[in-house]
Unconditional design. Structure first.
Length: 209
C-alpha cells in the first residue's frame, strides 16, 4: 500500500494545480476558502502539513473530491469501459496520511456523479474538525464502522457514538467532527456524493465567494 502514498509535497503540487486551473491567485483562494495566504503558500510549496479539516475546506472550495485529488497517486485502475467495471488491485489504492494520525485509503475512482468511496482510520486521540465551514456537498453520506469506534458531532450540537458494525447516514454538510476517544485505531468505510458533472477537476470555476 505504501506505493500509493501521496507525499505532502505532492499534495501541495496538486492543490496548486487545482487553484491555477480555476485561474485563482493565492489571495483569491484565501478569500474563497477563509484560509490565510501565507498558510496556503506554505502548503502548496510542501513546507507545511495540513489537517484533514483544512484539507476538506480546500477541497470543498474547489468542489473537488479527495478521490479526484489523489487518483494519480497510485497505479491506474484496470478499466474496460464506463458501462463495465474497474479494478484497483490490493496495495495500489491511493493513500493520504497526515501527521495527526489520520489515514485515508481511496477505494474507487469518481464515477459519473463523482461518488467517492474510502476507508478512513483515526489513531487513538485523532480527530477531524470541519466546524468552521459549511460544506457544499448535497445528498447524503454513508458511514460503516469496520473496527473500533468514533464519536461523530453534528452541526446542531448532537453527538452520536458508532462502533464496529454500526452504520450512519446523514446529510453531507451536517457533520462537523469525528473523534477517536478509544485506545485502538478506528476504521470506517465512507461513501460521499461528489459535486456533480458541472464542477469537475480542472474545470474553470470563477466568481464564487
Amino acid at each position: 500500500m505504501s506505493g500509493g502514498v501521496l507525499p505532502m509535497a505532492e499534495l501541495g503540487v496538486r492543490l496548486r494545480r487545482a487553484r491555477t486551473a480555476r485561474g485563482w491567485s493565492l489571495a483569491e483562494l484565501a478569500q474563497h476558502s477563509g484560509l490565510s495566504t501565507s498558510f496556503l503558500s506554505l502548503v502548496e510549496n510542501g513546507n507545511s502539513d495540513i489537517s484533514m479539516g483544512r484539507l476538506a475546506r480546500l477541497l470543498d472550495t474547489f468542489e473537488l473530491t479527495l478521490t479526484e485529488l489523489a487518483q494519480h497517486a497510485g497505479p491506474a485502475a484496470e478499466d474496460t469501459s464506463v458501462d463495465s467495471y474497474q479494478v484497483l488491485r490490493r496495495g495500489d489504492h491511493p493513500v493520504l496520511e497526515t501527521p495527526s494520525g489520520i489515514h485515508t485509503v481511496v477505494l474507487g475512482r469518481s464515477g459519473a456523479h463523482g461518488t467517492e468511496r474510502m476507508l478512513i482510520t483515526l489513531d487513538p486521540g485523532a480527530h477531524v474538525d470541519t466546524s468552521d465551514f459549511v460544506g457544499r456537498r448535497s445528498a447524503e453520506t454513508f458511514m460503516l464502522m469496520i473496527a473500533g469506534g468514533l464519536v461523530v458531532g453534528f452541526r446542531n450540537g448532537e453527538r452520536v457514538s458508532v462502533r464496529t458494525g454500526d452504520s450512519l447516514v446523514f446529510p453531507s454538510s451536517m457533520v462537523v467532527s469525528s473523534r477517536n476517544d478509544g485506545t485502538t485505531p478506528a476504521t470506517a468505510y465512507i461513501e460521499h456524493p461528489g459535486y456533480g458533472n458541472e464542477r469537475r477537476a480542472g474545470v474553470q470555476n470563477t466568481g464564487r465567494q
